[in-house]
Design a binder for this molecule. Structure first.
Ligand code: PLP
Length: 345
């Protein structure tokens, strides 16, 4: 991939982005009369750092990745939308999405009037790079992969991903939202090698911070530069930046939670296997289990009516009869199992 910038839409390359006067001043202790803020109610009265410098430094150290390769957004969902808007010409360009996978890739493409081609995973949810590459047309600008994949929970094979990165001339977005649960470093070490690789990460899963909305894209510095030009100026709010700084400083909580979730996942698997109408539990590299049951719709409704909400995934490719269960606390998991065992057969 010689020139990733040439893949960017022309209007985006030519965009004159919003700039604030504060970005042009680098000294400290200034009198801030430039942004029509209130002078009262410190520190909430001030617009947050538009490029999240301190937070990026922290994440840069944590991931051993230079800050210029990091984009921070309002969840990784913001990054998905931005990437489609930056690279894909509406009504012309197309994206490929593995099937089944996370629903937002298609929703964002639909909102932006970008065509979607689905390439199914194998029955065991493994990735077939050759099948995907044979679906590439001259309109294909982007490929979305997800590893570990939602809803199938499996890590995709690195060699297959690399094959796509090498052969495809467009952008490969690899969503690693659940990577922290599987002990793999993912494709981060390959970021410099493949200029067309964009990795998505989030604080919504292992970090226990879905409520603050902080996600990231890790990519070539030129891609990050364009993402920053197109995003809303203050896309990551002050409270989120403060809370993320605090949490990233205490990685022990995260480690402890991951360990507990993984232990609970193993227990949950064992107890689900004892239930007669559970037909299959797919191997998981994430914080959830995809479980095939005899009557997914009825079991989903039974649980729902009794206050346990799981996700019915039976309408998705290769997922017929499947529900997706997030691993909860021991009490939550007990409640689920009790209820499932009480289901009249
Ligand atoms: C694969 C995947 N990517 C991204 C997200 C959304 O992440 P965020 O909360 O950072 O927007 C989810 C949420 O469920 C997900 O499953």
């Amino acid at each position: 991939m010689d020139d990733i910038v040439s893949l960017i839409r022309k209007n985006i390359r030519e965009l004159n982005p919003y700039s604030s006067a504060r970005e042009e001043y680098s000294g400290g202790g200034a009198v801030l009369l430039d942004a029509n803020e209130s002078p009262y109610n410190e520190p909430f009265n001030r617009y947050p750092d538009p490029v999240q410098t301190a937070l990026k430094e922290k994440i840069s150290g944590m991931l051993s990745t230079p800050a210029e390769r990091i984009f921070l957004g309002n969840g990784s969902d913001e990054a998905i939308d931005l990437l489609i808007r930056i690279f894909c010409e509406p009504a012309t360009d197309r994206i490929i999405i593995i099937d089944p996978s996370y629903g937002m890739y298609k929703v964002c493409a639909d909102i932006n009037n970008v065509g979607v081609d689905f390439v199914s995973l194998n029955e065991d949810f493994s990735l077939d790079a050759m099948r995907l590459l044979s679906a590439v047309s001259k309109e294909t600008k982007m490929v979305f992969l997800c590893s570990p994949n939602n809803p199938s929970a499996n890590l995709l094979d690195k060699a297959e991903i690399t094959r796509i990165l090498s052969a495809f001339k467009g952008v490969v977005v690899l969503d690693e939202a659940y990577i922290d649960f599987c002990g793999s470093e993912g494709l981060l070490p390959s970021l410099e090698k493949f200029r067309n690789l964009v990795i998505l990460r989030t604080l919504s899963k292992a970090w226990g911070l879905a409520g603050i909305r902080l996600g990231m894209a890790l990519a070539d510095p030129e891609v990050i530069r364009y993402m920053n030009r197109v995003k809303y100026p203050y896309n990551v709010n002050f409270l989120t930046q403060v809370k993320a700084m605090e949490m990233l400083g205490s990685a022990e909580s995260r480690e402890k939670w991951i360990k507990e979730i993984l232990e609970e996942r193993i227990k949950l698997e064992g107890r689900l296997e004892e239930i007669g109408y559970v037909l299959k539990i797919f191997p998981s590299d994430a914080n959830f289990l995809l479980v095939r049951v005899e009557d997914a719709d009825a079991i989903y409704t039974f649980l729902n009516e009794r206050g346990v909400i799981v996700r019915n995934r039976s309408g998705l490719t290769h997922c017929n009869g499947c529900i997706r269960i997030t691993v909860g606390t021991p009490d939550e998991n007990n409640r689920l199992i009790e209820l499932m065992k009480s289901y009249p057969q």
